[in-house]
Every structure is written in C-alpha cells, then in structure tokens.
Write a protein that binds this ligand. Structure first.
Ligand code: SF4
Length: 367
C-alpha cells in the first residue's frame, strides 16, 4: 500500500489546521526567519546541515555581521569566509556558499532564482535547501524533508522501512508534496520543522501534548519509540596521525590543505598518517616524510600533546609534535605553504586541531 496516498484528505485537513494553531503559540523565534530574505534563509540552512540550532546561532550572527548580503560575500576572499566558518566543520559548505555568491552576482545581478530547478543548479544546494529557500523566502509551495520532518513523517505514516533508502526517500518526498499547502507554505514548512524539533523528538517524543496525535499512526499503535527504524551505525576506523609544527626564527610552517583532502582550503601544520607507536624510529620516519612533503629538514621532533577527535567514521589520535628547522626551501608545488608568526594565526582559517595546537604553542606568550 502507498502510505503517502493512504493518508486521507480528512487527516490532511486536521494536520494543517492543528499544526497552524500550534505554530501560532509555540513556533520558534529564530534570527534568520523574520525577514524572509533568501540570502539569510540560504546561509542559515547551509549552516544547519549536520549542526544544531544552538551551535549555529553565534556563527550565523558573526557571518551576517561581516557579510550582510550577497555582494559583500561575493567580494570577500575565500580565506575570510572559511575563517568565519572555522569550527562548524564540513568546510565544502562554506566554499560552495562563496562560489554560489560569486555566481549569483556575476550571472544574475545578485538575485536569487525563485524556481526549484534553478536553485538546485547552484553549488551546494540540494533538494531540501532549495525547498526551504523557495517556500520560506518566495512563498512557493515547495516540499521539504530534513532530519526533523523525516522523523515526523515516518511516525505520522507509521513507515517502518529505512527512511534513507531510495524507497523511503521517494515515499517521504511524495508525502511532503501532498502536505504543503498553497497558502503560506513557508510558514507551514517551518511549523513542521519546529514540531519535529521540539515535540516529535528522536528519543522522548511528547505525544500527550502533540497537536497531531489524533492522526498519528505510530502513536496510535504505541510505536513512536520504534519509528523511524534506526540505521546501523557505520563502524569506526581508528587512525593515528602526527601534526608537526616546525619552528624557524619565531615563525611556524603551515600548509593549505588541497581540494581532495579533508578540510580542503583550511591551513594546517604538515600532517601525516602512520601505523606504529610514537617511538624513535617513527619520529625519524616522520622527519623523512616532512622533508618529502615540504622540502625542509627539521630536527628535535618531540611530542607536545595528543588530541583525540572524530571525523565522519574515523577516530583519530593526533600527536602534535614540535620541531626545529635546520635547512631547505619550501616545495610549494602541490599545495601552498608559508611561515607564519603566531600573531598571524588569528588571520588564517585553520583546521580545528590546528587551531588547538596553535593555541598550545602560543600559550603563555604574548605572541
Ligand atoms: S503523536 Fe507523538 S509520534 Fe506522533 S507526531 Fe506527535 S509527537 Fe510524533
């Protein structure tokens, strides 16, 4: 049976009526909502991918203070955009934002397209973001499915399959299309997201106070804790890396990460993966790897700190090492490298671990 089609017209009208009433009283006041400006909607929605509202708000406010509109963003150097994104992760999002701003300024006079197909053709804009911009900013009847609405739809429909599968996605988008009204679609979509985020929460949904409980399949079956089906977690891979801060007359060597690397575009201390413990032989191999990558000879490699962090499915143990420059000239053929004074650390977009390491290196100094 097609679950989306089986959701009756009566249920649909109850959903729309109860949701609007609920939203009038309980909708969230978020800084990017008030103006209905496509630029603000776009920046906030890209920041919110994989990140919580609470974490995004200070980043959003700093970003908007520096880049209040498309034109300012398009004219800024990429490094400055990355610097303001630093700490949010998934840096390709920031690079795509910058590319899109330039494209819209050069090709469309600084205006956003209003139609889904044109929005989808822009770098970094997927189906959800396009639907959010079209409905929140241009009042178009465009559907949305994101983490909160995905969970809400699954429970309303009692969908027991994997919502991330092709079949699950087809069903949920079809359902979202049926739901979205022609009147105030942006407000309606925001109401769905708010209900998912604050009432139909992942672990303890507040069903007794939910305005949709009378039409919710999962609630009626007492299965709201089992739906949506949990997808098996990907096994984590343990990785050991070393980051080497080479010092030369009060400056440190930094390297910009290449397009095909993690954290592309960000600056980092030269970084290497290895298998062994951090012993004398490993330190000597790391010195060789450093020479091969950068062209410089360094001595006295020693551990300053060990940082543990997780990136997607990798659990990384990162040994932060310091070293002294001996000789050699920088080989910048594959990626830019430069000697940076501690004072300049603040001007560059650094990877999260490089920022931590830079702070350790400058702790207790006046830079
Ligand atoms: S009744 Fe419960 S499970 Fe159903 S939509 Fe509301 S909060 Fe979610």
């Amino acid at each position: 049976m097609d679950l989306a089609a089986a959701f009756s017209a009566d249920k649909l009208s109850i959903l729309r009526r109860n949701l609007r009433r609920w939203y009038g009283k309980h909708g969230r006041h978020l800084p990017w909502r008030a103006a209905g400006d496509p630029y603000r909607v776009w920046i906030s929605e890209i920041m919110l991918q994989q990140t919580t509202v609470t974490a995004v708000i200070p980043y959003y406010e700093r970003f908007l203070a520096r880049f209040p509109d498309l034109q300012t963003l398009a004219e800024a150097p990429e490094q400055e955009v990355l610097r303001l994104w630093e700490g949010l992760g998934y840096y390709s999002r920031a690079r795509n934002i910058h590319k899109t701003a330039r494209k819209l300024c050069h090709e469309r006079g600084g205006n956003f397209p209003r139609h889904l197909d044109e929005l989808l053709a822009l770098p970094g804009i997927g189906r959800y973001t396009a639907g959010a911009i079209a409905s929140f900013a241009f009042n178009q009847s465009a559907p949305i499915v994101e983490a909160n609405t995905l969970r809400l739809y699954c429970r309303l429909l009692g969908y027991e399959g994997d919502p991330r599968s092709t079949e699950g996605q087809r069903l949920l988008w079809e359902f979202a299309e049926r739901l979205v009204p022609s009147q105030k679609p942006g407000e309606f979509n925001q109401a769905l997201m708010d209900l998912g985020a604050t009432v139909c929460t992942p672990t303890e949904p507040k069903c007794p106070s939910c305005p949709l409980r009378s039409i919710c399949h999962a609630f009626q079956q007492g299965r709201q804790h089992e739906i949506p089906r949990l997808v098996k977690r990907v096994a984590m891979t343990e990785v050991t890396e070393a980051s080497v801060a080479v010092r030369k007359q009060g400056t440190f060597l930094l390297r910009q990460r290449r397009d095909e690397e993690r954290w592309a575009g960000m600056w980092d201390f030269p970084r290497f993966e290895f298998d062994d413990d951090l012993n004398k032989a490993t330190l000597s191999r790391l010195a060789q790897s450093l020479r091969k990558l950068t062209g410089i000879e360094a001595r006295e490699l020693q551990r300053v700190e060990t940082i543990r962090h997780t990136v997607t499915r990798y659990r990384i143990t990162l040994h932060c090492l310091s070293a002294e420059f001996v000789s050699g000239r920088l080989l910048c053929k594959d990626s830019p490298m430069k000697w940076i004074s501690p004072r300049q650390f603040e001007d560059l977009a650094l990877s999260m671990t490089a920022r931590k390491f830079a702070r350790l290196l400058t702790k207790g100094t006046n830079q």
